[in-house]
Design a protein around this ligand. Sequence first.
Ligand code: ADP
Ligand code: MG
Length: 292
Amino acid sequence: ATPMSIMVATGRGAQAGVLIRDAEALERFAGVDVLIVDKTGTLTEGRPSLTDTVAVGDLDASQVLALAAALERGSEHPLAEAILAAADAEGASVLDVTDFEAITGKGVRGTVDGTQVALGNPALMLDLGLSVDDVSERLEALQTEGKTAMLLARGEQVVGIVAVADRIKETTADAIKSLHKAGLKIVMATGDSRRTADAVARQLGIDEVHADISPEDKGRLVADYKSRGLSVAMAGDGVNDAPALATADVGIAMGTGADVAVESAGVTLVKGDLIGILRARHLAQATMRNIR
Ligand code: ADP
Ligand code: MG
């Protein structure tokens, strides 16, 4: 690649909101076979809002929401924002929490009025030794709608479910169609549940889904594809995605996300939707064709 053609390409990219770090990233991008994408914030808006509050024990729905919000006040997760916004809008009572703890990839816990309270996924409930049998049917119904559902435990019992939904970005479906036409395989990697992930993937025609996985698993997934001789691009927005972005042949940071993501990436999309990936791909291939 001549320095001149690379400069022209990166300049054009920048105008279109696609920041390409160097000649190497551009060259690698032209040959990518597989695109692995994070769900939340990459395929979806990343701004979930509360859709359901279900009370299953002695509490009513507003008490469930108040307890959930009390715990989330200590969290910086996008899920926390959704719950807090809804609680504020409803004027839910504000409760004091002590012994707060955030458990990465699982949820939050603490003590309210001398009783242990926790909010998170079934794995968290299992860690606490609580059965989710009584609520699993309702949980699964919400997940099948593509919602992220969290369980609320108080003492020894699961007393509620709160669910949030995150809209798929307007441009995602078309971008995936075009990326498919360009010959790329599209794989989703998410920490969310299998059912929720499948529901979103089905709407978009995603080829393969890896759900319920940790940030380290996302990195391993990328490495696994590479070891099969495939060239891999990974697109993500979060702190969560940094290991996978750094492992990929081309890491693509969705510009709206965390700084860590941007630092780990060879390509940054200023606008943060998948259309940018399509643009970058065309640009990379056109540049490489002119060179050879
Ligand atoms: P993602 O890959 O979608 O960013 P995470 O790894 O952050 O997902 O979290 C995985 C799951 O753990 C979430 O879907 C949720 O069920 C649970 N969880 C994580 N953080 C929280 C929180 N602050 N409050 C409630 N649930 C949480
Ligand atoms: Mg994310």
